[in-house]
Design a binder for this molecule. Structure first.
Ligand SMILES: [Zn+2]
Length: 442
C-alpha cells in the first residue's frame, strides 16, 4: 500500500529535505484528483465521478426527474450527478433550515416530508441551482458544495478518504522510523501536519529534541487539543517502582502489547518521552499489528477467525489517580463490517483468568493466540530502537504493539519515561485543521 510513500519513507530520516519530500508525496498520495470513470447506477442513469480538486466545476444543465425523484446535474466536463429530492430538502442551506454559525442543521426530522416533490428547478448561473419546493420554500445550492457531495461511488470513496485518511502504509522490520523535530512540531504548521499525517499512515513518528523535564508530553497534547485522563493519571511515569501497580513499572522485559485493552475504548494514540534511559538494556520494540493480523489471515485463517470473534475478558485493578476495578470484553483482532482490521487489543498482563468460552473451545483459542504472538515476534516484523533523553515516540496504540527489553538502571539516576494518551478523534480533528491551514482547503 502507498508504494510512493513507502519509497519516500526509506529516503527520509530527518527534515527538512526529507520532510518536504514526504510532504509532497503525502499531498499527492492522500488527496489525489480521482480519475474520471463511469459506473452504472441501479437505474438507467450513467453516473460519473466528478470532484476534481482545485477546479470549481460549472453546471451546464439542471433537471428534475419526477419519476425517480432525483435532481440531475450535467457538469461542464461532461459528467452527471444525481441528488435525491429528500436529501436536497433535508440539506437546504438557508438560514431557516441551517444555522450557519454552528454549521448545523436546524430542520427537525419531525417536520421533514421524506416524500417531498419539487415544484421547479432553476439554473440561476453556472455555479448555483435554485429549487422551489411545493410549499414555495426555496433552496439555493452552490455548484462546488453539490459536486463534493456527488453520490457516485468513486466520489463518495474520495470524500471518505479525505475525511478519515484510512489508507495505511504497512511495514515490517525494514521500517526506518519517521523522525521530526519536537520544537518544529510545536511551532510550525507544516511540520505538525507532516507529524500527524505520518502518524496516521505509518503509525509511528519519533520527535527529537524535547527538553529533559516532565511536562513535555502535556505540552505536545495541547498542540492537538487535550490529553486523555485515565486511572493512571493525566500523564504517567514509567519507572521501576516498589509494589508496582502495573508491570510496566518494573525493570522486567515487556512482551509486545497494546496499552489498556482493559478499557472498552482503549486510548488511540500514545506519547512516551524518554527523560533518562537505562545504563544497559531498555531498548524498545514495535510491530505493525495491522500488517501482522493481515499476515495471520492469509497464513492461518482459522486462528484469525477465532481472534477476531472471541471476546476476551481483560481486567485491571488497583489504585493510582484513584482506586479502580476495570473490566472489559474485547476481540484481540477487531475487524469492521468490511473486513478491515481496525484495532488490536492485546496485553497479556491484563488478560483475565476468567475466560468466557465453552470448555472445548479453550485449547483452540490458545493455539490461535500462540500463532498470532509467534508471528508478532518474528524477526521479519519487529523493529528495535533505543530511545535517548529528549526523544518522544508518538504512536497509534490501536495499531502498533510495543514492548521493551529488560534493563539495568543506575540507582542514583534511574530510567524514566513520561507517558500520555490521546484519542484519534482529537488527533484527526487537529490534522484536518492543520491541512486547511497548510493547503488552504476548507
Ligand atoms: Zn430552507
Amino acid at each position: 500500500m502507498l508504494p510512493g510513500l513507502s519509497k519516500c519513507l526509506q529516503r527520509i530520516k530527518a527534515h527538512p529535505e526529507g520532510l518536504q519530500a514526504l510532504h509532497r508525496t503525502l499531498k499527492a498520495k492522500v488527496y489525489p484528483p480521482p480519475p474520471n470513470f463511469t459506473v452504472r447506477h441501479s437505474s438507467q442513469f450513467t453516473m460519473t465521478a466528478p470532484c476534481v480538486e482545485g477546479m470549481i466545476p460549472l453546471i451546464q444543465k439542471v433537471q428534475a426527474l419526477h419519476k425517480d425523484r432525483y435532481v440531475s446535474i450535467q457538469w461542464n466536463d461532461g459528467t452527471q450527478s444525481l441528488y435525491p429530492y429528500v436529501w436536497l430538502r433535508d440539506n437546504c442551506q438557508c438560514p431557516l433550515c441551517f444555522l450557519q454559525s454552528a454549521k448545523a442543521r436546524k430542520i427537525l426530522m419531525t417536520d421533514l416530508d421524506v416524500t417531498t416533490g419539487v415544484e421547479r428547478v432553476l439554473l440561476t448561473d453556472p455555479t448555483k441551482v435554485s429549487i422551489v419546493w411545493p410549499d414555495f420554500h426555496t433552496s439555493v445550492f452552490e455548484a462546488e458544495w453539490l459536486r463534493k457531495r456527488c453520490f457516485s461511488q468513486p466520489s463518495r470513496e474520495n470524500v471518505q478518504e479525505n475525511l478519515f485518511l484510512n489508507e495505511r502504509y504497512y511495514w515490517g522490520s525494514d521500517l526506518r522510523i519517521p523522525t521530526v523535530s519536537f520544537k518544529e512540531v510545536l511551532t510550525n504548521d507544516k511540520a505538525a501536519f507532516f507529524w500527524l499525517t505520518t502518524l496516521r499512515s505509518t503509525g509511528i513518528v519519533l520527535l527529537k529534541g524535547a527538553d529533559i523535564q516532565q511536562g513535555e508530553v502535556a505540552k505536545l497534547s495541547k498542540r492537538i487539543g487535550y490529553l486523555r485522563l485515565t486511572f493512571y493519571g493525566h500523564t504517567w511515569q514509567v519507572q521501576d517502582k516498589t509494589d508496582a501497580n502495573n508491570v510496566a513499572y518494573t525493570s522486567e522485559k515487556l512482551n509486545l502489547h497494546t496499552d489498556y485493552p482493559a478499557l472498552h475504548h482503549p486510548p488511540g494514540v500514545q506519547f512516551l518521552h524518554c527523560l533518562k534511559q537505562a545504563v544497559e538494556g531498555g531498548e524498545s520494540e514495535i510491530v505493525d499489528g495491522f500488517h501482522v493480523a493481515n499476515l495471520l489471515r492469509k497464513t492461518n485463517p482459522e486462528a484469525f477467525s477465532i481472534l477476531s470473534s472471541v471476546k476476551v475478558d481483560f481486567t485491571d485493578t488497583g489504585s493510582d489517580y484513584c482506586d479502580f476495578a476495570v473490566q472489559s470484553k474485547n476481540q484481540i483482532i477487531d475487524v469492521d463490517g468490511e473486513g478491515h482490521v481496525v484495532r488490536i487489543n492485546y496485553n497479556n498482563a491484563t488478560r483475565d483468568s476468567v475466560l468466557n468460552l465453552p470448555v472445548n473451545q479453550v485449547q483452540p483459542f490458545y493455539d490461535a493466540l500462540k500463532a498470532f504472538v509467534n508471528l508478532l515476534h518474528s524477526p521479519d516484523n519487529v523493529v528495535s530502537f533505543r530511545m535517548e533523553s529528549g526523544d518522544i515516540v508518538t504512536f497509534d496504540n490501536w495499531r502498533l504493539l510495543h514492548g521493551r527489553r529488560n534493563y539495568l538502571s543506575d540507582p542514583d539516576s534511574p530510567r524514566h519515561l513520561e507517558g500520555a494518551y490521546l484519542d484519534w478523534d482529537e488527533v484527526m480533528s487537529r490534522l484536518r485543521i492543520l491541512r486547511a491551514a497548510v493547503q488552504g482547503e476548507n
